[in-house]
Design a protein around this ligand. Structure first.
Ligand code: KIV
Ligand code: ZN
Length: 521
């Protein structure tokens, strides 16, 4: 196996931040950069200094504060842009200037439409080569490490691309970025392009080939990997694949593909992949984009198993349905999501994890009830299972029933709740103030029935969708005898919460009474 490495060039702070609707503050960029350094990226593209004073400041700050990765700044092939990069990067221990221009006919004709660049397309293309050479030479005055991008390479004329690459290497470029700017390329074709660059650019041995792919057709990662397979030794990517339009290649996917399929790529990266999950969440939070649950590598479902066949397989041998471990990427443990499709084996396994070992007959009863619940809900949680078990094993008496609930909330005033609870002795009524409406309702219930078990856990979630969604409250209470879980459902979440509390108290009182009775017998 080779010990060769692919350099990971992170552009979350530059191309990633170009995603519509996002803007990172300078301090946020610093925090993300620290995390990227922990992750082990080789290069951090910190910003585009000429584009705004904030970008300039961010590049300056990261140059001062981040040690380890190379700090890179973006410019167009324009002298003033390059000077801004040079100044912003002045304090960096290791700096890189990333300069370049568009090379496809569409870009050259469109961006260099002014006659000052030449009258014909051919003249404009010749002018672009001159500008490219001048830009690289100018950047070399600031740092030896100069990367040149040929924007829209995916749609460029290959012969022209080879020509400009040869020229910029001669001018001193050490890294050649081959961007598929518009996400137009197909993996096979992009791989061939990289292979041809290696074979047809005469001085290519003096530079590293980098790939920078966009995801407009959902192929950014596949194209990047095709590039690696054909000789690219740097991949430009972002955390969670954030970036312009549909985004860039997702770093976690590129790295984990290379690592998981070492047999195929025979190469590695310097990335400490156990930091992926945390980095992903940090970037998502700061950019304000949620990570989709089914996102490869870092989605919350990436290690979740639900269908009976999968659950059965994974419980017998993890490798049957997992090609990486959650520990590899720092993700929470693999989990079995209990749904109507999970099967008996998965349910029994979860019950055992919760400390219940049931006979085959008991399991059948619980499983039948489980299916009823699972048909009504997207996911069956531990609390639901515990409630099913309690119901199957015990008959819970309705010692208390919530007959009436009235809550008043006013701005700047403590909420007040009034409840009427039906008991064996008639109606018990009480009123209480609380820190919030649920707290007030719970205190009123305590006052009405004269019992106030401690609340250990409280949660509320929507079980249907929309403004009129049904809310399901789950509450776990504890007294000296043990802990008990109650549930309540209503379109009014305060009522659902009050019902859950009364339900938990009914379980507590019934089970305690039944057990006392048994002891006496
Ligand atoms: O997608 C692209 O072409 C770019 C360049 C500026 C490198 O982001
Ligand atoms: Zn880009």
């Amino acid at each position: 196996m080779s010990s060769e490495k692919v350099m990971i060039f992170d552009t979350t702070l530059r191309d990633g931040e170009q995603a519509a609707g996002s803007r990172l503050g300078v301090r946020e960029k610093l925090e993300i950069a620290r995390q990227l350094a922990r992750l082990g990226v080789d290069i951090i593209e910190a910003g585009f200094p000429i584009s705004s004073p904030k970008d300039f400041e961010a590049v300056q700050l990261l140059s001062r504060e981040i040690h380890g990765p190379i700090i890179c700044a973006l410019s167009r092939a324009i002298i003033a842009d390059i000077d801004a990069c040079g100044k912003a990067l002045a304090k960096a221990k290791k700096s890189r200037i990333h300069t370049g221009l568009g090379v496809s006919d569409i870009h050259i004709a469109g961006k260099f439409s002014d006659d000052k660049y030449g009258k014909t397309l051919e003249e404009k293309k010749a002018k672009a080569i001159e500008m490219a050479i001048a830009a690289v030479k100018h950047a070399k005055q600031y740092t030896d490490d100069v990367e040149f991008y040929t924007e829209d390479s995916g749609r460029a004329q290959p012969e022209y691309l080879f020509q400009i690459l040869e020229a910029v290497i001669d001018a001193g470029a050490t890294v050649l970025n081959i961007p598929d700017t518009t996400g137009y390329a197909i993996p096979y074709e992009f791989g061939v392009l990289i292979k041809n660059i290696k074979e047809r650019v005469p001085n290519i041995d003096k530079a590293t080939i980098s790939v920078h792919c966009h995801d407009d057709l959902g192929m950014a990662v596949a194209n990047s990997l095709a590039g690696v397979r054909n000789g690219a030794r740097q991949v430009e990517c972002t955390i969670n694949g954030v970036g312009e339009r549909a985004g860039n290649a997702a770093m976690e996917e590129v790295v984990m593909a290379i690592r998981t399929r070492k047999d195929f790529f025979d190469i590695d990266t310097n990335i400490e992949s156990k930091h992926f999950y945390r980095t992903s969440r940090m970037v998502a939070e700061m950019l304000g984009f949620d990570v989709p649950p089914n996102k490869a590598v870092v989605g919350t479902n990436a290690f979740a198993h639900s269908s009976g066949i999968h659950v059965d397989g994974v419980l017998k041998k993890r490798e049957t349905y997992e090609i990486m471990t959650p520990e590899d990427v720092g993700s929470p443990k693999s989990r079995v999501v209990l749904t109507a499709r999970t099967g008996r084996h998965g349910v029994r396994h979860r019950l055992e994890e919760l400390g219940y070992s049931l006979t085959a007959e008991e399991l059948e009863h619980v499983y039948a009830r489980f299916l009823d619940v699972a048909d009504k809900k997207k996911e069956v949680f531990n609390e639901d299972l515990v409630a099913i078990i309690t119901d199957e094993v015990r008959t819970i008496e309705h010692v208390y029933d919530l007959e009436y609930l009235h809550v008043v909330c006013e701005t700047a005033k403590q909420p007040t709740a009034t409840v009427k609870i039906k008991t064996a002795d008639g109606l018990a009524e009480a009123t209480a103030n609380g820190d919030g409406p649920v707290d007030a309702a719970y205190l009123a219930i305590c006052n009405a029935i004269g019992l106030c078990p401690r609340i250990e856990k409280y949660s509320i979630r929507a079980v249907t969708e929309g403004k009129d969604a049904m809310g399901e409250a789950t509450v776990r209470i504890r007294n000296d005898y043990g802990s008990f879980i109650g549930r309540g459902v209503s379109t009014d979440i305060i009522e659902a919460s009050a019902k859950a509390y009364v339900d938990a108290i009914n379980r507590m009182v019934t089970i305690e009474n039944q057990d006392n009775q048994k002891t006496k017998e």
